[in-house]
Design a protein around this ligand. Structure first.
Ligand code: ZN
Length: 220
């Protein structure tokens, strides 16, 4: 997904799930990609824009953005993002993740479990988040979504898992859930990577045609 979004501060959210939009904050994926989350404030702005994190958590995190704890939380979040990208991409490509990434993910999940609280109002039970660490809470919420996508037993998670794709655009590397009717979506966005791929194929065909005409015209 390169192109028009360069002009805006936040990347388009085309993944179809919070964790996919998070790993799609480097555009394109790869060493020359632009990182939309260059610091903690950008990370919190992005998390706030997704509306997946409560406003009061965002406000508390933003208030502490200048502290060294925020810098630490930022580096942890970016490290998690890169681990998640590699693991989710491996899942989309139906291959095993690197063992080091699988270990890093397991370690992150072990930390996540201590942040989740099982609470009850007397009759119903639900998961809630421990509010003690607003700086890291956005990362925990994203990680929980990734775990549901990778291992959730529910029907919706299983369907998303089966339809997890890597954009076919050259060098793009963005991940998305293909919710198209026939499951034939190939690109993160039709207007970006889709159009570019079509234009590239058009010029490749023109070049091939010209080359064959030149060959035909060569004297025997
Ligand atoms: Zn793409």
């Amino acid at each position: 997904m390169t192109g028009t979004e360069e002009l805006t501060r936040l990347p388009a959210r085309l993944g179809g799930r919070l964790c996919l939009d998070f790993v799609n904050t480097v555009d394109p994926r790869g060493p020359r990609g632009r990182d939309y989350l260059p610091g903690y404030v950008a990370l919190i702005d992005w998390a706030g824009a997704t509306e997946a994190v409560d406003r009061d958590v965002i406000d508390r995190a933003r208030a502490a953005a200048a502290t060294w704890q925020a810098t630490e939380a930022y580096h942890e979040a970016i490290s998690l993002r890169e681990t998640l990208y590699r693991v989710l991409r491996a899942s989309a490509e139906r291959r095993q993740p690197d063992e080091a990434d699988a270990d890093a993910l397991r370690a992150a999940v072990a930390r996540l479990q201590s942040r989740r609280l099982l609470v009850t109002d007397g009759t119903a039970w639900r998961w809630a988040w421990s509010g003690g660490d607003p700086l890291r809470l956005p990362g925990w919420i994203i990680l929980a979504d990734a775990i549901d996508l990778l291992a959730g037993a529910g029907q919706a998670d299983a369907a998303d898992r089966a339809n997890l794709r890597v954009c076919a655009g050259q060098d793009c590397g963005w991940l998305f859930v293909d919710t198209s009717k026939n499951h034939t979506r190939r690109w993160c966005s039709m207007s970006g990577c889709g159009n570019r791929s079509k234009t590239q194929r058009h010029y490749q065909r023109l070049r091939a045609k010209r080359a064959s005409q030149l060959t035909d015209a060569e004297p025997a």
